[in-house]
Write a protein that binds this ligand. Structure first.
Ligand code: 2AM
Ligand code: CA
Ligand code: CA
Ligand code: CA
Length: 258
């Protein structure tokens, strides 16, 4: 795609995110309608659903032929990655949103014929949009991000999924011991941001496509690796145990789980 067109889309998508954020903030003290999906730790609120409808409407108006994969079902039933596929997580870290009104994100990405073209993660309460893609670079609001240092496992912090750590999946407790320490934030979007910024040298979790699609685009642009925990490629249309990390941390983790 032409760079000028991408710049226009970048401005447009950032505008959608800011508009939806403004709406969330006006309703932050209002009572939420909260429903359980698979368990009392897996929730959806009226805000998740409303955000998704807003993003779907904006995408349909701009790119009517595109397919949309969204968590709450306002999009399409997407079965392949041909053509334009927009992947959206209208509110990531819903449990944090419900319990903390903090540490949640919104994520939007565009893939064309399976290739990541644009990715956006907004840290809603800090009002920072991390976004861009292979032709634009990665920006935190107006500031361009550099590739983070290629830290080894022992030299930094590792974001993990709480349940995976508790169940010691992939020897995560030994991996914890070998790292400087683990962190559990509870939002895949906010965890990806920590890795993009070099504040954590990796993140491991069981994720759905909308949890990692935007982060995948941004991480790769910054020289980070996004794979399944066994090092094989992620599947954009199903759940994956995902590892995003520096190259050296991936090497260290693969050595420990093999
Ligand atoms: P969500 O809030 O959009 O559902 C929580 O550890 C992180 O994992 C969040 O980013 C959450 O996204 C995601 N996640 C994926 N599948 C989940 C599930 N079944 N239950 C809770 N969180 C899930
Ligand atoms: Ca959810
Ligand atoms: Ca999510
Ligand atoms: Ca969500």
């Amino acid at each position: 795609m032409e760079i000028e067109k991408l710049r226009q889309m970048d401005t447009m998508i950032r505008g959608w995110l800011r508009a939806v954020r403004a709406e969330i903030l006006t309703e932050l003290d209002d009572p939420l309608t909260v429903q359980e999906k698979t368990s009392r730790k897996d929730l959806v609120t009226n805000i998740d659903k409303k955000n998704e409808k807003r993003f779907v409407a904006a995408i349909r108006a701009f790119d009517p032929q595109a397919k949309i994969l969204g968590e709450e079902g306002s999009g399409d039933h997407v079965t392949d990655m041909h053509g334009h596929v927009w992947i959206i997580d209208p509110l990531d870290g819903t449990l944090n949103f419900v319990k903390q009104r903090d540490n949640f994100a919104m994520m939007i990405s565009l893939y064309i014929d399976g290739k990541g073209v644009l990715g956006y993660i907004m840290d809603v309460m800090r009002n920072i949009i991390y976004g861009g893609g292979p032709q634009l670079g990665v920006f935190a609001n107006e500031r361009q991000l550099k590739a983070p240092a290629n830290l080894a496992l022992r030299d930094g912090l590792l974001g993990v999924s709480g349940p995976m750590l508790v169940h010691d999946k992939y020897h995560l407790q030994a991996i914890d011991a070998a790292s400087s320490g683990v962190r559990i934030i509870g939002s895949a979007g906010i965890e990806f941001i920590q890795v993009l910024m070099g504040k954590q040298n990796g993140y491991i979790s069981h994720l759905m496509p909308w949890d990692f699609a935007a982060g995948n685009v941004l991480a790769k642009e910054l020289g980070l690796l996004v794979t399944k925990v066994d090092g094989t490629p992620v599947d954009m249309l199903s759940s994956n145990d995902v590892l995003v990390s520096t190259k050296n941390t991936q090497k260290d983790i693969l050595n420990m789980i093999r």
